[in-house]
Each structure stands twice: as C-alpha cells, then as structure tokens.
Design a protein around this ligand. Structure first.
Ligand SMILES: C=CC1=C(C)c2cc3[nH]c(cc4nc(cc5[nH]c(cc1n2)c(C)c5CCC(=O)O)C(CCC(=O)O)=C4C)c(C)c3C=C
Ligand SMILES: [Fe+2]
Length: 455
C-alpha cells in the first residue's frame, strides 16, 4: 500500500480535498466515490455516474462543510476510467487549460485513433493515485514530486473532425453549428476546432505538465488551433468551501443541476441507445435533436464560450444595481425574492415596492429553466485574465462551459433568450465559441472515442 507524504496509508478512496472520500473524512475509504461531485446535496443520486458512486448524501454534505487540509490538495485524485469522462461533474479545479487542435493535412481516421490512444494512455498514467507517472518520452519533470492534484483531462470532437476522418455518417445531429446570436462578437481563429481538450488540476504545474504531454503526444498528427487558460479558487483557500465566485464577484453556480436531482443524468448525459431514457428523450421533442448515435452513450455535449467581462463598467455600478442585474445578493448569493443562498428562487414574488422582487431582465429570471420550457445545462467554468486589452481594460472574464445531453435543449434556447433580454449582457462580450461532442468514458484498456473510431 502506498502512503501519503506524512506516512498515512493511502486508501483506494483517496480523493480531492473535501470530497466524499478525501483524507480526514470519517468513514472514507475503499467503496466510496473517488469523484467529488458538483452540487453537494446528495451524491447518492449520482450512483452509477461515478466509480463506486454509493457515497451517501450526508457524507458529501459533511465533507463540504469541512475545510480542506492544504496538504491533501496534491494527494486528491479523480479516476480517468468510468462511464463518463472525468472533468464534467466534479467541481472545476483551481487551474484549467482549454485547447483545440486541428488534424494535420493527411491525418485521417487511423492517425486520429492512434492519437486518442496515446492521449488516453498518458492521462491514465498521469491520474494514477499516489505518485503518478508520465510516459518516459514526455518526461519533462515539471510535475515531479507532485501528486495527481485532481487532474482531469477530457476529450471532445468538433463537427469538422468527422469530414476530416471520413466519419460523416456518424456525425451526431446535435453537433449542428450553433446559431448566430445577434450580440456575438466571435473570433473564428479562437473558435471551434477538430478536437477539444479540457485540462483541470488543483496545481498549476500539474496542469501545465498535462498540457505539454497532450501537445507533445499530438505532434505530427494535430496542431494547436487555440488555447485558453483559466483559474478558480484553490481548495482550502476559504474557511468554508462554497460555490466559487467569478471575476464580477458573484457566487456563480448556485442553481446548477445537482447529481441528487432525478433529472440530472438526463440533463447532462446522452442515454444509451434503446434505453428507456433514450426513448423518453426522443418522445420529449421540444426542439431537441432526437437520439444521439450509439457511440455517444454516456457522453455529453460541451458548449465553450470565451465571455469577456466589461469589468470597468461593471465595477462602476453600485452593488444594489449589480444585485438587481443578477437577481441575487452579492454577499451570499441569496435570491432577491428572499431567504439564504440555498433558498429556491421565487420568480413570482412581489417586493415591498410593488415590483417583481427579481426584475424582468434579471439574469437568473431570463436564464431559468422555467423561462425556457425546461431547458437546462450544467455550468462548469474557469475565470480567465489575459492582461490588459487593446482598449486599456482588463481582458478578463469567464471560460464558460455548458454540459448537456442535447445543446438544443440546453444552451441554445437559453442563450437565444439571454442575447436579447438579459440585463447582464450589457456587461459581457462573447468573443469565441465552440461545440464539441464529448464521448463517454474509457474502460480498462480502452481509449476515449474508441467506439466512434473503431466501431
Ligand atoms: C446560455 C447560458 C448562460 C450564459 C452564457 C451565462 C453567462 C454568465 N452567467 C454569469 C453569472 C451568473 N449566472 C447565474 C445563473 C445562471 N446562468 C445561467 C446560464 C448562463 N449564464 C443559468 C441557467 C443560471 C441559473 C438560473 C436559475 O435557474 O436560477 C448566476 C446566479 C447563481 C447561479 O445560479 O449560478 C450568476 C451569478 C456570468 C458572469 C456570465 C458570463 C460571463
Ligand atoms: Fe449565468
């Protein structure tokens, strides 16, 4: 049995700090989930979504209340293998890299399959519990001495991948180009791409190392099209872990779908073809794109947007006005309809002044599932700051990533509405965009995307 740096025996349940099986969590160990999930109200509802996903709601909630020991940050690990790829349901890590690649001229299906095999093998190695390894050929020693630090690497396919590899017959309908949104100011050079990789880790060097491994493994087969770097709060930085703040200072992610909710899996993941969930999704209609191909079972669609925040304008707004724009209090995220950060939003509530407590153009009203025929997505973002832009203001904002089983029942209808009616949109600029099909997770010995490339 391997050990932690302080000599504590490592168990199969080593996990991210604060997670259901992290060091210091009573009862943690083999048999408990090794993936800490977004939304803490009940990891039990996520059983089957994660390795050993039988952790109880009480344990997850208790773990969330307990400050993480900084020493445990490096030891936390998230398994690469599973029904779904890692990096979707777990909280976003402190450091993130998003990279899109285009296949090299002449690189077809065989070369792409070999690349996904190399990537998967390398990530399996780098995410091992204990002292992760690196394939010798890529060993730059950047991550030496570090534990896995909750590293996840998630792979996706862009629409253009399918024509380049002769796989157009297997192109999912759901990967249709996103519509033009009138307020978009998109840079095509920083948008889309044949392949997409999301890297997250709670240590900057571990994340950089993974990025270099992924880039070096692609040499000769695919070239970087664009790269974006992001960050979040470091685990253990606050006395009480809670939903993170974005660069506007708001608590962001409160009303994300929770794994404990009955609709969670249906909202986020593509059901297996022929399953009851698949039949229900097809029958639901409602503007969706219907059944995804069998190779997408257990997968998800990621909408990626680089959203610049016009921070100088935002910062001039008094806090009360900022709160009205969002519909929640800035200090604790409580909805303006009353209660605390965890109180459900009441969109009908009339305030003392006779007006709607949550304004007609408040972000949470316009984005709510109730305002969009039930459309919902899982938001998992990184902040970015790339210095000062040519206009002299911070080039900063949100690397917004929305995960859903069908973008036509998630991001698209919501963004259509936000684009015209959202009070927050005056302070935002959507500068880059991508839509990627993210297949299900790999099993032992498999690589991500194998059923597409070899099926
Ligand atoms: C198309 C989808 C969305 C985009 C784009 C988007 C951008 C964006 N949002 C914030 C800040 C907050 N958003 C919040 C809630 C929220 N946002 C969306 C969707 C998009 N946001 C949804 C579906 C929701 C939940 C609505 C609900 O049902 O209550 C919040 C409130 C806290 C929370 O629930 O997360 C904040 C704050 C920024 C800064 C931003 C672009 C940079
Ligand atoms: Fe939002």
């Amino acid at each position: 049995m391997s050990t932690l740096d302080d000599g504590t025996p490592r168990t199969a349940g080593d996990a991210r700090p604060g997670g259901a099986s992290g060091p210091g969590v009573p009862g943690a160990g083999a048999g408990f989930s090794r993936r800490r999930l977004l939304g803490t109200a009940g990891a039990a509802g996520a059983a089957g979504l994660v390795a050993g996903g039988a952790a109880g709601a009480g344990i997850a909630a208790a773990a969330e209340d307990r400050p993480a020991a900084l020493a445990s940050v490096g030891a936390a690990h998230i398994p690469f293998e599973g029904a779904h790829q890692a990096g979707i349901v777990e909280p976003a890590q402190a450091r993130g890299h998003l990279v899109a690649f285009d296949l090299a001229p002449g690189a077809g299906r065989g070369a792409a399959a070999a690349l996904l095999r190399r990537w998967s093998d390398a990530v399996r190695e780098m995410t091992r519990p204990g002292r992760p390894g690196t394939p010798a050929v890529y060993d730059d020693q950047v991550a030496d001495d570090a534990g896995p630090s909750s590293l996840t690497v998630t792979f996706g396919f862009g629409r253009t991948f399918f024509a380049r590899t002769g796989l157009t017959a297997r192109l999912p309908e759901a990967l249709a180009p996103l519509p033009d949104f009138p307020a978009d100011a998109l840079d095509p050079r920083r948008s889309n791409g044949d392949l997409w990789v999301q890297i997250g880790a709670d240590d900057a060097l571990v994340a950089f190392h993974a990025l270099r491994v992924v880039q070096r493994a692609a040499a000769g087969t695919a070239a970087v099209r664009w790269q974006m770097n992001g960050f979040n709060r470091t685990p253990g930085a606050t006395a009480r872990p809670r939903t993170a703040r974005n660069l506007m200072g708001q608590i962001d992610g409160t009303n994300n779908p929770k794994p404990s909710e009955p609709d969670f899996a249906r909202t986020v993941f593509v059901p297996a073809a022929g399953s009851a969930a698949s039949a229900a999704a097809s029958a639901a209609g409602g503007g969706g794109t219907g059944t995804s191909p069998a190779w997408m079972a257990g997968g998800s669609y990621a909408v990626v947007r680089r959203i610049r925040m016009l921070l100088d304008s935002w910062d001039h707004l008094p806090v009360a006005r900022q709160e009205k724009v969002i519909g929640r209090r800035k200090s604790d995220g409580a909805p303006l309809s009353g209660g605390t950060g965890t109180t459900p939003v009441d969109l009908e509530r009339i305030g003392a002044d006779g007006a709607l407590a949550i304004a007609g153009d408040a972000h949470i009203r316009v984005a709510a599932a109730a305002s969009n025929s039930g459309a919902a997505m899982l938001r998992r973002a990184f902040s970015f700051h790339d210095g000062i832009g040519t206009d002299g203001t911070p080039d900063a904002g949100l690397l917004f990533i929305a995960w859903q089983a069908d973008p036509m029942r998630g991001f698209v209808p919501v963004q259509r509405k936000l684009d015209g009616a959202d009070g927050l949109s005056r302070f935002l600029r959507h500068e880059a965009s991508g839509l990627f099909a993210v297949p299900g997770g790999a099993g032992p010995g498999e690589y991500v995307g194998q059923s597409l490339l070899e099926g």
